[in-house]
Design a protein around this ligand. Structure first.
Ligand SMILES: N[C@@H](CCC[C@H](N)C(=O)O)C(=O)O
Length: 289
């Protein structure tokens, strides 16, 4: 992955969706799937649901075209080392990390991702970060989620990455989620999917659990919360673009709360916390072993 020098890292989370963060402005790290999985290992590594590499867009082949609009590229990996298009909690933590390093100031910050450029707003008082996540896409066709003997109709939502959203009676109905739920038809999700289980908590207020593609059950998923908000709004007869009126939902996740607004122009805005908890260095020898 690197030479003999220790590798700087940070650790952060957004609603307890936690990340190993590797500052790599010039894109010099060779980050294999195996290296990512080792770093994200909770016993033998640092531990995290995923990894965020902080690299200048101009220094990364997947982001060069976005460099004029966003100086920084969020190279996101799941904890099993797989690459994902987008991470909603990750992008908030990513801009918090840039702010902490003095690379950006509070206010508007654009971030390049594999799902395009995302515009964020860092609150001046450090309270949270709002991200314009783009519009949701709801591909046609029924999908179904199954855990053991139980199954539910689900809503297929794409937030740059894929989601299957199932409304359930109780969050416990999803079981232990130690294994990935079965989702059918498999052809609807050629690269796998994240699965959300949702219950109502009140007026425009829901709670969810998530099984993330490439990471397992996590304490939160930002893109998942946006997918849940859209699925709940449609179920409730709301379509902000058709109605000409914004709709806001509170989405509780095991690790906290996210507030999601679907605007009348179709843009989905997510607001939530972003916390850096530690920084240090990784032994180069260990990484190479
Ligand atoms: N936790 C993330 C989503 C991370 C990517 C996901 N596991 C995938 O493979 O699509 C979020 O906060 O959105």
């Amino acid at each position: 992955m690197t030479g003999a020098q220790p590798v700087p890292f940070l650790k952060g989370h957004g609603t307890e969706n936690d990340f190993v963060i590797l500052p790599d402005p010039d894109g010099l790290l060779e980050l294999t799937a195996e290296t990512v999985a080792r770093l994200c290992d909770r016993r033998a590594g640092i531990g995290g649901d995923g990894l965020l590499r902080v690299v200048r867009s101009a220094s990364h082949p997947e982001a060069r075209e976005m460099a004029a609009d966003a100086e920084w590229f969020m190279d996101y990996r799941n904890s099993d080392g797989s690459v994902a298009e987008m991470c909603g909690n990750g992008v908030r933590v990513f801009v918090r990390c840039l702010e902490r390093a003095g690379l950006v100031k509070a206010g508007e910050v654009a971030v390049a991702t594999r799902a395009g450029v995302k515009r964020t707003h860092l609150a001046e008082d450090g309270s949270g970060v709002t991200v314009a996540m783009g519009p949701a896409v709801l591909p046609e066709g029924a999908v179904n989620v199954r855990v053991g003997a139980r199954s539910w109709d689900a809503v297929h939502v794409n937030m740059g990455n894929p989601h299957a959203v199932a409304f359930v009676g109780e969050l416990a109905d999803a079981g232990s989620l130690l294994e990935a739920p079965a989702v059918e038809p498999a052809a609807a999700y050629p690269t796998g999917t994240n699965v959300e289980f949702v219950v109502d908590r009140g007026h425009r207020h829901v709670a969810m659990r998530v099984h993330e593609r490439g990471s397992g059950e996590t304490r939160s998923c930002g893109t998942g919360a946006c997918a849940v908000m859209v699925a709940a709004a449609r179920r409730d007869g709301l379509d902000p673009v058709a109605d000409g009126e914004d709709a806001t939902y509170t989405v509780d996740v095991p690790g906290g709360t996210l507030v999601i607004t679907e605007r009348a122009d179709g843009e989905i805005e997510m607001t939530g916390p972003a916390v850096i908890v530690a920084e240090g260095t990784v032994e180069a020898e260990w990484l190479r072993a």
